[in-house]
Design a protein around this ligand. Structure first.
Ligand SMILES: C[S@@+](CC[C@H](N)C(=O)[O-])C[C@H]1O[C@@H](n2cnc3c(N)ncnc32)[C@H](O)[C@@H]1O
Length: 245
Protein backbone atom coordinates (compact mmCIF):
# COMPACT_ATOMS: atom_id res chain seq x y z
CA UNK A 1 0.00 0.00 0.00
CA UNK A 2 1.22 3.50 -0.72
CA UNK A 3 2.37 5.51 2.29
CA UNK A 4 0.14 8.32 3.52
CA UNK A 5 1.11 11.84 2.49
CA UNK A 6 3.31 13.54 5.03
CA UNK A 7 1.47 15.73 7.51
CA UNK A 8 1.05 19.36 6.51
CA UNK A 9 1.64 18.58 2.85
CA UNK A 10 0.10 21.12 0.57
CA UNK A 11 0.45 21.61 -3.17
CA UNK A 12 2.31 24.81 -4.00
CA UNK A 13 -0.04 25.76 -6.82
CA UNK A 14 -3.51 26.98 -5.86
CA UNK A 15 -6.55 25.13 -7.10
CA UNK A 16 -7.12 21.52 -7.93
CA UNK A 17 -5.12 19.14 -10.08
CA UNK A 18 -6.48 19.18 -13.63
CA UNK A 19 -6.61 15.70 -14.99
CA UNK A 20 -8.05 14.36 -18.21
CA UNK A 21 -9.14 11.03 -16.77
CA UNK A 22 -7.49 7.68 -16.16
CA UNK A 23 -4.76 6.92 -18.62
CA UNK A 24 -4.15 10.50 -19.69
CA UNK A 25 -1.61 12.12 -17.47
CA UNK A 26 -1.10 15.84 -17.19
CA UNK A 27 1.18 17.19 -14.52
CA UNK A 28 -0.53 20.23 -13.06
CA UNK A 29 0.36 20.27 -9.39
CA UNK A 30 3.89 20.81 -8.24
CA UNK A 31 4.84 20.26 -4.64
CA UNK A 32 7.43 22.42 -2.98
CA UNK A 33 10.04 20.70 -0.92
CA UNK A 34 9.53 21.61 2.71
CA UNK A 35 11.80 21.27 5.67
CA UNK A 36 11.38 17.86 7.22
CA UNK A 37 10.05 16.35 3.99
CA UNK A 38 12.39 14.05 2.14
CA UNK A 39 12.80 14.30 -1.61
CA UNK A 40 11.17 10.90 -2.08
CA UNK A 41 8.07 11.87 -0.11
CA UNK A 42 7.84 15.14 -2.07
CA UNK A 43 8.00 13.20 -5.33
CA UNK A 44 5.49 10.65 -4.04
CA UNK A 45 3.08 13.40 -3.06
CA UNK A 46 3.47 15.14 -6.42
CA UNK A 47 2.79 11.88 -8.22
CA UNK A 48 -0.33 11.20 -6.13
CA UNK A 49 -1.70 14.67 -6.74
CA UNK A 50 -1.21 14.32 -10.48
CA UNK A 51 -2.36 10.74 -10.84
CA UNK A 52 -5.68 10.48 -12.70
CA UNK A 53 -6.28 7.00 -11.25
CA UNK A 54 -5.98 8.33 -7.70
CA UNK A 55 -8.55 11.01 -8.56
CA UNK A 56 -10.84 8.51 -10.28
CA UNK A 57 -10.60 6.07 -7.33
CA UNK A 58 -11.63 8.85 -4.96
CA UNK A 59 -14.47 9.90 -7.26
CA UNK A 60 -15.79 6.35 -7.73
CA UNK A 61 -15.43 5.30 -4.10
CA UNK A 62 -12.59 2.81 -4.54
CA UNK A 63 -10.10 2.48 -1.72
CA UNK A 64 -7.14 2.23 -4.05
CA UNK A 65 -6.14 3.10 -7.59
CA UNK A 66 -5.34 -0.63 -7.91
CA UNK A 67 -9.09 -1.19 -8.50
CA UNK A 68 -8.59 0.02 -12.08
CA UNK A 69 -5.94 -2.62 -12.75
CA UNK A 70 -8.42 -5.38 -11.99
CA UNK A 71 -11.19 -3.64 -13.92
CA UNK A 72 -8.91 -3.44 -16.96
CA UNK A 73 -7.85 -7.09 -16.72
CA UNK A 74 -11.47 -8.14 -16.26
CA UNK A 75 -12.49 -6.21 -19.35
CA UNK A 76 -9.90 -8.07 -21.38
CA UNK A 77 -10.07 -11.56 -19.85
CA UNK A 78 -13.64 -11.74 -18.41
CA UNK A 79 -12.53 -12.93 -15.00
CA UNK A 80 -15.27 -11.67 -12.69
CA UNK A 81 -18.57 -13.45 -13.19
CA UNK A 82 -21.89 -13.02 -11.40
CA UNK A 83 -22.21 -15.49 -8.51
CA UNK A 84 -18.46 -16.25 -8.52
CA UNK A 85 -16.55 -17.50 -5.49
CA UNK A 86 -13.37 -15.45 -5.25
CA UNK A 87 -10.35 -15.37 -2.94
CA UNK A 88 -8.36 -12.13 -2.85
CA UNK A 89 -4.84 -12.47 -1.39
CA UNK A 90 -3.07 -9.33 -0.20
CA UNK A 91 -6.32 -7.42 -0.39
CA UNK A 92 -5.73 -4.31 1.73
CA UNK A 93 -6.89 -1.58 1.51
CA UNK A 94 -9.54 -3.31 -0.59
CA UNK A 95 -9.87 -1.88 -4.12
CA UNK A 96 -9.82 -5.30 -5.81
CA UNK A 97 -12.27 -6.76 -3.29
CA UNK A 98 -14.65 -3.87 -3.90
CA UNK A 99 -14.53 -4.52 -7.64
CA UNK A 100 -14.92 -8.30 -7.12
CA UNK A 101 -17.89 -7.87 -4.77
CA UNK A 102 -19.62 -5.52 -7.19
CA UNK A 103 -19.14 -7.83 -10.18
CA UNK A 104 -19.98 -11.10 -8.36
CA UNK A 105 -23.11 -9.54 -6.87
CA UNK A 106 -25.09 -10.79 -3.87
CA UNK A 107 -25.00 -14.41 -5.08
CA UNK A 108 -21.19 -14.38 -5.15
CA UNK A 109 -18.76 -14.93 -2.31
CA UNK A 110 -15.57 -12.97 -1.71
CA UNK A 111 -12.94 -13.93 0.86
CA UNK A 112 -10.16 -11.38 1.30
CA UNK A 113 -7.02 -11.70 3.40
CA UNK A 114 -4.09 -9.47 4.20
CA UNK A 115 -1.20 -9.48 6.62
CA UNK A 116 -2.47 -6.08 7.76
CA UNK A 117 -5.81 -5.20 9.29
CA UNK A 118 -8.18 -3.36 6.97
CA UNK A 119 -11.67 -1.96 7.19
CA UNK A 120 -14.68 -4.14 6.42
CA UNK A 121 -16.12 -4.10 2.90
CA UNK A 122 -19.81 -4.89 2.35
CA UNK A 123 -20.20 -8.37 0.86
CA UNK A 124 -16.60 -9.40 1.61
CA UNK A 125 -15.39 -11.81 4.32
CA UNK A 126 -12.10 -10.51 5.66
CA UNK A 127 -9.36 -12.30 7.58
CA UNK A 128 -6.03 -11.03 8.77
CA UNK A 129 -3.27 -13.54 8.10
CA UNK A 130 0.25 -13.84 6.78
CA UNK A 131 -0.17 -15.97 3.68
CA UNK A 132 3.37 -17.29 4.06
CA UNK A 133 2.57 -18.85 7.46
CA UNK A 134 2.58 -22.64 7.07
CA UNK A 135 -1.08 -23.08 8.06
CA UNK A 136 -2.48 -20.10 6.08
CA UNK A 137 -3.47 -22.00 2.89
CA UNK A 138 -5.31 -24.70 4.88
CA UNK A 139 -7.09 -22.10 7.00
CA UNK A 140 -8.23 -20.36 3.85
CA UNK A 141 -9.36 -23.58 2.20
CA UNK A 142 -11.39 -24.33 5.33
CA UNK A 143 -12.90 -20.84 5.20
CA UNK A 144 -13.86 -21.32 1.55
CA UNK A 145 -15.46 -24.68 2.38
CA UNK A 146 -15.19 -25.84 -1.25
CA UNK A 147 -13.69 -25.01 -4.62
CA UNK A 148 -13.60 -21.41 -5.85
CA UNK A 149 -13.76 -19.84 -9.31
CA UNK A 150 -11.02 -17.24 -9.06
CA UNK A 151 -7.89 -16.66 -6.97
CA UNK A 152 -6.47 -13.15 -7.08
CA UNK A 153 -3.10 -12.20 -5.64
CA UNK A 154 -1.89 -8.61 -5.58
CA UNK A 155 0.44 -9.48 -2.69
CA UNK A 156 3.64 -7.47 -2.48
CA UNK A 157 6.02 -7.11 0.41
CA UNK A 158 7.11 -3.53 1.14
CA UNK A 159 9.94 -2.59 -1.24
CA UNK A 160 13.36 -2.77 0.37
CA UNK A 161 15.06 -0.77 -2.37
CA UNK A 162 17.31 -3.75 -3.09
CA UNK A 163 15.98 -5.08 -6.41
CA UNK A 164 17.18 -8.69 -6.19
CA UNK A 165 15.68 -9.04 -2.69
CA UNK A 166 12.37 -7.49 -3.78
CA UNK A 167 12.29 -9.78 -6.81
CA UNK A 168 12.81 -12.88 -4.65
CA UNK A 169 10.11 -11.79 -2.21
CA UNK A 170 7.51 -11.12 -4.87
CA UNK A 171 8.24 -14.40 -6.63
CA UNK A 172 7.96 -16.32 -3.32
CA UNK A 173 4.51 -14.79 -2.78
CA UNK A 174 3.51 -15.60 -6.36
CA UNK A 175 4.71 -19.19 -6.04
CA UNK A 176 2.79 -19.69 -2.77
CA UNK A 177 -0.30 -18.22 -4.44
CA UNK A 178 -0.03 -20.56 -7.45
CA UNK A 179 0.35 -23.63 -5.24
CA UNK A 180 -2.70 -22.53 -3.27
CA UNK A 181 -4.75 -21.79 -6.40
CA UNK A 182 -4.09 -25.25 -7.81
CA UNK A 183 -5.48 -26.78 -4.62
CA UNK A 184 -8.58 -24.63 -4.30
CA UNK A 185 -9.77 -23.81 -7.84
CA UNK A 186 -12.70 -25.52 -9.49
CA UNK A 187 -12.08 -26.82 -13.03
CA UNK A 188 -12.40 -23.88 -15.43
CA UNK A 189 -11.24 -21.46 -12.70
CA UNK A 190 -8.82 -18.56 -13.12
CA UNK A 191 -5.81 -17.15 -11.35
CA UNK A 192 -4.27 -13.67 -11.41
CA UNK A 193 -1.06 -12.74 -9.60
CA UNK A 194 1.33 -9.86 -9.41
CA UNK A 195 4.77 -10.66 -10.84
CA UNK A 196 7.63 -8.51 -12.03
CA UNK A 197 8.19 -7.30 -15.59
CA UNK A 198 10.20 -9.74 -17.57
CA UNK A 199 7.49 -12.17 -16.61
CA UNK A 200 7.08 -15.17 -14.46
CA UNK A 201 10.11 -17.35 -13.92
CA UNK A 202 10.38 -20.34 -16.23
CA UNK A 203 9.67 -22.96 -13.62
CA UNK A 204 6.54 -21.18 -12.39
CA UNK A 205 5.42 -20.52 -15.92
CA UNK A 206 5.82 -24.18 -16.83
CA UNK A 207 3.80 -25.20 -13.77
CA UNK A 208 1.03 -22.78 -14.69
CA UNK A 209 0.99 -23.93 -18.29
CA UNK A 210 0.56 -27.48 -17.08
CA UNK A 211 -2.47 -26.53 -14.97
CA UNK A 212 -4.20 -23.86 -17.08
CA UNK A 213 -5.34 -23.80 -20.69
CA UNK A 214 -4.14 -20.23 -21.15
CA UNK A 215 -1.38 -18.25 -19.39
CA UNK A 216 -0.69 -14.64 -20.36
CA UNK A 217 1.12 -11.64 -18.96
CA UNK A 218 -0.64 -8.30 -18.53
CA UNK A 219 0.53 -4.79 -17.83
CA UNK A 220 -2.67 -2.79 -17.27
CA UNK A 221 -2.51 0.93 -18.11
CA UNK A 222 -3.31 1.67 -14.47
CA UNK A 223 -0.07 -0.06 -13.49
CA UNK A 224 2.54 2.67 -13.41
CA UNK A 225 4.65 2.45 -16.54
CA UNK A 226 7.83 3.16 -14.58
CA UNK A 227 7.18 0.26 -12.21
CA UNK A 228 8.45 -3.27 -12.77
CA UNK A 229 5.04 -4.63 -11.79
CA UNK A 230 3.10 -6.87 -14.16
CA UNK A 231 0.47 -9.59 -13.77
CA UNK A 232 0.15 -13.17 -14.83
CA UNK A 233 -3.38 -14.15 -15.89
CA UNK A 234 -4.13 -17.86 -16.09
CA UNK A 235 -7.54 -19.09 -17.20
CA UNK A 236 -9.16 -22.47 -17.78
CA UNK A 237 -7.87 -24.45 -14.80
CA UNK A 238 -7.70 -28.07 -15.92
CA UNK A 239 -8.42 -29.61 -12.51
CA UNK A 240 -6.03 -31.85 -10.64
CA UNK A 241 -7.45 -35.08 -12.05
CA UNK A 242 -6.67 -33.99 -15.61
CA UNK A 243 -3.03 -33.13 -14.86
CA UNK A 244 -2.59 -36.26 -12.76
CA UNK A 245 -1.35 -34.30 -9.67
C1 LIG B 1 -0.45 -3.66 -3.58
S1 LIG B 1 -1.19 -4.02 -2.05
C2 LIG B 1 -2.74 -4.70 -2.52
C3 LIG B 1 -3.73 -3.68 -3.02
C4 LIG B 1 -5.10 -4.27 -3.21
N1 LIG B 1 -5.13 -5.23 -4.31
C5 LIG B 1 -6.14 -3.23 -3.47
O1 LIG B 1 -6.78 -3.26 -4.50
O2 LIG B 1 -6.35 -2.37 -2.61
C6 LIG B 1 -0.30 -5.44 -1.54
C7 LIG B 1 -0.79 -6.04 -0.25
O3 LIG B 1 -0.14 -7.31 -0.04
C8 LIG B 1 -0.09 -7.51 1.35
N2 LIG B 1 0.83 -8.59 1.70
C9 LIG B 1 2.17 -8.61 1.52
N3 LIG B 1 2.70 -9.75 1.99
C10 LIG B 1 1.66 -10.48 2.48
C11 LIG B 1 1.56 -11.75 3.11
N4 LIG B 1 2.65 -12.48 3.36
N5 LIG B 1 0.34 -12.20 3.48
C12 LIG B 1 -0.76 -11.45 3.25
N6 LIG B 1 -0.72 -10.22 2.67
C13 LIG B 1 0.46 -9.75 2.29
C14 LIG B 1 0.34 -6.16 1.87
O4 LIG B 1 0.04 -6.02 3.24
C15 LIG B 1 -0.47 -5.21 0.97
O5 LIG B 1 -1.65 -4.78 1.60
Amino acid sequence: MAPRPPRGSRPSAPGKAVTKGPGERELSVRVKTASGRTLSSTLWLQRQLNDPYVAAARREGYRSRAAFKLLEMDEKYHLLKKGARIIDLGAAPGGWSQVAAKKAGPSGRIIAIDINVFDPIPGVEIAQMDFLEADAPDRLIAMAGGPVDLVLSDMAAPASGHRPTDHLKIMALCEAAIEFAVNVLAPGGSFVAKVLKGGTENELLAMMQRHFRSVRHAKPKASRQDSAEAYVVATGFKGLSETGD
